[in-house]
Design a protein around this ligand. Structure first.
Ligand code: NDP
Length: 253
C-alpha cells in the first residue's frame, strides 16, 4: 500500500481485451486503485478510446496497444515495449477472448482453431512474454479469465469450453512453476455477464442459463472485476493456482 492509500500505486498492469466489457471494468478498477494500465485489443482505436476515458477518470498513465494475442511474436514485442516504456510489469490479466458457438456437427475447423488460438494460446503467449520480467522482479500477478463453460462444459461450445478448461490447466501448471518467485497465477470463472460476447445468445439459451443460476440473475462486469483485482493485489499473496467462480452460484466445486 502506498502513501496515497491506493493499493496498486507504482504498479504496471496489462489487461488484454481491455477495450470493452469485463476487461474494461478490470482496467478501470486497477486504474482507480492507482495502477498504470496498458489496454490491449486488436483495434487500436477502441483501445485508445477506453484508455483516454480511464486516464481522464484516474489521472494515471493509461496507454492503448494493438495486439492480436494469438500472435506469439507480437506478444513478445508488446512485453518488450512495455518494459522499455514503464520499467516493470506487475500484473497481467489474460482476458481477451472470443466465442464461435455451434454444435460439433456444424462447427468448422476454423471455429475451433480461432477460439483455441485466441483464448488458450493467447494466454500462453502473453504469460510467456511477461514471465521473465516478473521473475527478475520476484513479483508478479497473473489472472486468467476463464469461464463456467471450462468448468462444467456448455452445449454448442466444445471449442470454447476446451479453451477455457485449458486455461485452468495452464493456470495450475504455471502457478506451480513460478510459486517460489513471488508470482501468483489464478483464474476467475465468470458465469453469465451481459457484454458484446453474450448479446447474440438465443433467448432459449438465456433462459436456460438463468434457470441454472441459483441467484437467478446475470452478473455485471464490475462483479467479475472485483474478484480479478483482489487476485491481482499484493494482499492475495498466499493464493495461487485457484479458480474463483463469479457466477451467482452456477458452478459449486
Ligand atoms: P467482449 O467481447 O465484450 O470483449 C472482448 C475483448 O477482447 C475486446 O476488448 C476485444 O477487442 C478483445 N479481443 C478479442 N480477441 C482478441 C485478440 N485476438 N487479441 C486481442 N484482443 C482481443 O467480451 P467479454 O468482456 O464478455 O469477455 C471477456 C472475457 O471474459 C473473455 O475471455 C470471455 O471468454 C470471458 N467470459 C465472459 C463471459 C460473459 O458472460 N460475458 C462469461 C465467462 C467468461 P478486439 O475485438 O478489438 O480485439
Amino acid at each position: 500500500m502506498s502513501i496515497s492509500g491506493k493499493p496498486f500505486e507504482g504498479q504496471v498492469a496489462i489487461v488484454t481485451g481491455g477495450s470493452r466489457g469485463i476487461g474494461k471494468a478490470i482496467a478501470s478498477k486497477l486504474a482507480a486503485d492507482g495502477a498504470d494500465v496498458v489496454i490491449i485489443s486488436r483495434s487500436l482505436e477502441a483501445a485508445q478510446v477506453t484508455a483516454d476515458e480511464i486516464a481522464a477518470a484516474s489521472g494515471n498513465k493509461i496507454v492503448a496497444y494493438a495486439l492480436d494475442v494469438a500472435n506469439f511474436e507480437q506478444a513478445q514485442e508488446m512485453a518488450t515495449q512495455i518494459k522499455t516504456d514503464f520499467g516493470r510489469i506487475d500484473i497481467l490479466i489474460n482476458n481477451a477472448g472470443i466465442t464461435r458457438d455451434n454444435i460439433i456437427m456444424r462447427l468448422n475447423e476454423s471455429d475451433w482453431d480461432d477460439v483455441i488460438d485466441i483464448n488458450l494460446k493467447g494466454t500462453f503467449n502473453c504469460s510467456k512474454a511477461v514471465i521473465r520480467t516478473m521473475m527478475k522482479q520476484r513479483y508478479g500477478r497473473i489472472v486468467n479469465i476463464t469461464s463456467v463453460s471450462g468448468q462444467a462444459g456448455q452445449v454448442g461450445q466444445t471449442n470454447y469450453s476446451a479453451s477455457k478448461a485449458g486455461m485452468i490447466g495452464l493456470t495450475k501448471a504455471l502457478a506451480r512453476e513460478v510459486a517460489s518467485r513471488g508470482i501468483t497465477v489464478n483464474a476467475v470463472a465468470p458465469g453469465f455477464i451481459p457484454t458484446a460476447l453474450t448479446k447474440d445468445l438465443p433467448e432459449e439459451l438465456n433462459a436456460q442459463i438463468l434457470n441454472a443460476t441459483p441467484m437467478g440473475r446475470m452478473g455485471t462486469p464490475e462483479e467479475v472485476a472485483y474478484a480479478a483485482i483482489f487476485l491481482a493485489s499484493a494482499q492475495a499473496s498466499y493464493i495461487t493456482g485457484q479458480v474463483i467462480g463469479v457466477d451467482g452460484g452456477m458452478v459449486m466445486m
